[in-house]
Design a protein around this ligand. Structure first.
Ligand SMILES: [Zn+2]
Length: 122
């Protein structure tokens, strides 16, 4: 489900760009726009569509965008990506340390492992 809202948000971001702008912009930059401007909208969509609490919805959103960390570090496109990502994730009450009770990917892992929700597909 998070892949769908992620792609829809990409489409929205793209609709605000010209063809040339879109072509010139890296995925990294689009994810940065997503992180800064669309987290609340994505969360609202997820919660209207599925039964998710704040932490569950945000965990899915940040998990989908967070893949970018590595990409960014390797390209150096946004030197401050990591810091901004951490700042935004932390501001929503998540920890970025694996193993913490409020680690930001915990909720996603609960769904993936079947602890929460029902599996309809793989
Ligand atoms: Zn993406």
């Amino acid at each position: 489900m998070i892949q769908i809202i992620h792609e829809i948000t990409h489409a929205i971001i793209r609709s605000n760009l010209t063809y040339d702008q879109n072509k010139a912009m890296l995925d990294t930059e689009k994810h940065y726009i997503m992180l800064q401007n669309y987290v609340q909208g994505m969360k609202a969509f997820l919660q209207e569509t599925f039964t998710l609490n704040d932490q569950e919805a945000l965990s899915m959103i940040f998990g989908g965008i967070g893949d970018l960390n590595n990409e960014n570090n390797s390209t150096g496109v946004y030197v401050d990506w990591g810091n901004n990502f951490k700042k935004i994730v932390s501001s929503h009450g998540f920890s970025l340390i694996y193993g913490d009770a409020n680690y930001y990917l915990n909720e996603i892992d609960f769904f993936k492992s079947g602890v929460k929700g029902s599996k309809n597909c793989n």
